[in-house]
Design a protein around this ligand. Structure first.
Ligand SMILES: Cc1cc2nc3c(=O)[nH]c(=O)nc-3n(C[C@H](O)[C@H](O)[C@H](O)COP(=O)(O)O)c2cc1C
Length: 495
């Protein structure tokens, strides 16, 4: 089923038992902390409602598909119980077939049900949490899309940029310097004009995902297999998804005319980062559905095995390896939000693993990818236990590790020294680890002492009842473990 709005998707996720509604959570602490805890336990999506001081039905949905392959697959209409690597394979297959599709305009949509302008414009009508306890403000935009039109080419761009409430009619935006969105805004500023903008606070998950693509609406259409329906936003005429929940329209004046101190904000590498004067959106018009659902996608410490963009990144790296002549790749995955990339392959010749290592760093430039590991094809790269075991038993650290120097990193990299930042040196080393059995004597490498897949299958069939009982016991234990997480997680972070 194709989703036209975030609420369509929430309903579909609810039908497979993947949504938990939470009433009465406090915006200062509960929403952020519960989102973090639910995510750490690979829990369901959370739909927060009934905030004190806000109308019932003004909701926030968090953990839409973060850390849940089931919900990620559901969003993309793929089999929900796929193995991670099968999901990457399915996405690669889809990518080969899909064609960009421009959006289609429709005249009306539920987002136009409520219109606020003039003195009625008040962004504080909507709940905005303090997502992390030391954030510099309340971020209403974390799972948002800022829609802009390039004044020279007419290109419609959108991307996710964090948006902090700075008053009834003002938000600050952090649009990083080299982003296309920033370049568009600066084109207006160069003409001495403010940039018209529409900030969408909740739309269908596939259009949201397309915010990080190059082709935006056309990519969303390709992923949907049908054009995205858009309508002209009432004030700016910018095309917004017809299924949007809330849309703030207005203008972004030149930063030297108006700015606001933005941040710090708990960012995705797991640290508070960036604070300083940033541009603002002067909000002049609000459209919203009845009972609007704001998409909350706060960054969380990436202790989790994967982040929202990970399967897409695995697809890109895998395609790149094949295009570059690295054959026999059997899987690609990333851990810690992709900061560690793992490639599995069947070794065919000496230097095959090194070739994969060297080639991969050509594709993953411009991010904090500190570690790249190549493993044999008996290892599931998406299984961290397998990867750790391989690192500990197949690697001679003196011989199998190489360092690539001066690779581009991100300004969110906590390991960039103050001196590097001051000098504008955004580079970091990268560790390349060949964790495969040494090619020359791989056939005589000691045998692994676990049962084969065929043997496991047989035993699973014979003992399915017992194994189900064990599984239920483990799940039950996991649940009670998670209940005691708040204190322990807090302690861990502070140490
Ligand atoms: C959940 C999420 C939050 C993001 N937050 C920001 C942000 O605050 N600032 C920013 O510049 N980019 C942020 N990004 C990355 C941009 O949205 C992404 O790079 C996008 O491709 C930018 O598009 P553009 O190059 O067309 O401007 C975020 C991405 C996601 C998925």
């Amino acid at each position: 089923m194709r989703y036209r709005s975030i609420r369509d998707f929430i309903q579909a996720a609810d039908e497979i038992g993947e949504v938990k509604t939470v009433h009465g959570a406090a915006l200062e602490q509960d929403v952020g902390c519960l989102t973090e805890l639910a995510s750490e336990m690979d829990g369901p999506m959370l739909l927060f409602d009934r905030f004190e001081g806000y109308p019932e039905g003004f909701r926030i949905a968090s953990n839409l598909y973060r850390n849940s392959l089931r919900r990620f697959a559901l969003a993309l209409q793929l089999p929900v119980d796929s193995h991670p690597i099968d999901l990457v394979k399915l996405l690669r297959e889809r990518k080969r077939k899909q064609k960009p599709m421009p959006p289609v305009f429709v005249a009306d949509g539920p987002v136009l049900t409520n219109q606020l302008s003039g003195a009625d414009v008040d962004v504080e009508r909507f709940p905005a949490p303090l997502w992390h306890s030391e954030d510099g403000g309340r971020y209403i935009g974390t799972g948002d899309l800022l829609v802009l039109r390039d004044p020279e080419t007419g290109w419609i761009n959108f991307g996710t940029y964090r948006a902090c409430v700075q008053g009834r009619q003002r938000l600050s935006l952090w649009i990083i310097k080299y982003k296309r969105g920033r370049m568009i805004v600066e084109k207006y500023w160069a003409q001495g004009k403010p940039c018209p903008a529409a900030l969408v606070l909740g739309c269908d998950p596939v259009t949201f995902m397309a915010g990080t693509s190059q082709q935006k609406y056309e990519h969303a259409g390709a992923l949907h297999g049908a054009p995205v329906e858009v309508l002209e936003a009432p004030l700016t005429g910018l095309p917004i998804p017809a299924g949007s929940e809330v849309v703030f329209e207005g203008e972004i004046p030149p930063i030297d005319e108006e700015s606001a101190v933005e941040g710090p904000f708990g960012e995705w590498p797991g640290y508070y980062s960036h604070s300083g004067p940033e541009c603002v959106l002067r909000v002049q018009h609000i459209s919203h559905q009845d009972d609007p659902i704001i998409h909350g996608f706060p960054p969380l410490r990436p202790v989790l095995s994967w982040g929202a963009e990970l399967p897409g990144m695995a697809v890109e790296v895998w395609d790149h390896l094949e295009r570059s002549g690295v054959s026999d790749v059997t899987g690609v995955w990333g851990h810690c939000h992709g900061l560690m990339l793992v490639i599995a392959l069947t070794q065919r010749y000496p230097g095959h693993a090194e070739q994969a290592l060297m080639t991969s760093i050509g594709r993953i430039s411009g991010g904090m990818y500190g570690y790249v590991v190549v493993v044999d094809d008996d290892i599931d790269p998406s299984n961290m236990r397998d990867v750790l075991w391989t690192l500990c038993t197949r690697v001679d650290p003196a011989k199998a590790v190489q360092i690539a120097h001066n690779m581009l990193t991100s300004d969110l990299d906590p390991r960039l020294s103050p001196e590097q930042k001051a000098a504008g040196d955004y580079t970091m080393g990268r560790m390349l680890i060949n964790a495969c059995k040494p090619f020359r004597w791989r056939e005589s490498f000691p045998k692994t002492n676990i049962f084969s897949e065929a043997e496991r299958r047989e035993v699973r069939q014979r003992w399915s009842g017992l194994l189900q009982e064990l599984e239920d016991m483990v799940q039950g234990r996991k649940r009670s473990d998670s209940l005691s997480l708040p204190e322990r997680a807090g302690e861990r972070v502070r140490v």
